[in-house]
Design a protein around this ligand. Structure first.
Ligand code: DLZ
Length: 166
């Protein structure tokens, strides 16, 4: 989680496993696209910086964050990706809508992680206002897209280790 003590983009590149031969799907919500576009860019840049070529990164959009669950599920089931990153941004409004969307997406993405062999990474910003979102997509708290990319590489590596013979 982003705090003033934890910049989302802080990581030691030497602690990230090799991403060679890994493929990634990124599903991005169109709502608040200035924010989600910056998150997606952060994720792609970090994957590239860790050795993932463009042809191993597929980006698809869905209309809103609620659709991330279906979008990520389709990517995970396609057999084309070692990990899926779901990127969205929900901004609190005047009604309880925010809570329903955040809860639905969070639970949906969490369930996907128990259903298959493809890790689904949680790149949903759940913010009280636009300032908080801007701080987390390349602002003073870094870019959550970077964090998602590093997490995706680490989880593919983890899965491969678990699959290795004794
Ligand atoms: C409807 C809606 C609203 C009010 N706010 C957001 C938001 O802040 N972020 C976001 O990603 N999506 C929002 N949506 C759209 C819903 O996620 C969804 O696309 C629609 O309810 C249709 O299923």
């Amino acid at each position: 989680m982003a705090t003033s003590l934890h910049n989302l983009s802080d990581y030691d590149i030497h602690s990230v496993p090799s991403a060679q031969g890994m493929t990634f799907g990124i599903v991005v919500s169109e709502w608040n696209n200035k924010i989600t576009g910056a998150l997606m860019q952060g994720a792609c840049d970090t994957l590239r910086r860790n050795g993932v070529p463009d042809e191993c990164i597929t980006v698809q959009t869905v209309p809103g964050s609620f659709e991330l669950v279906f979008g990520a599920s389709q990517m995970a089931r396609s057999g084309r990706f070692d990990a899926v990153i779901a990127i969205g941004c929900v901004i609190r409004g005047d009604t309880p809508h925010f809570d329903y969307i955040c809860q639905g997406v969070t639970q949906g993405l969490a369930e996907l992680n128990t259903q298959g062999n493809v890790p689904v990474i949680y790149g949903l910003l759940t913010c009280n206002n636009m300032d908080q979102a801007e701080d987390r997509c390349g602002g003073i708290l870094g870019n959550k897209g970077d964090e998602c990319a590093v997490t995706a590489i680490k989880m593919v590596d983890y899965f491969r280790k678990m699959q290795a013979p004794k």
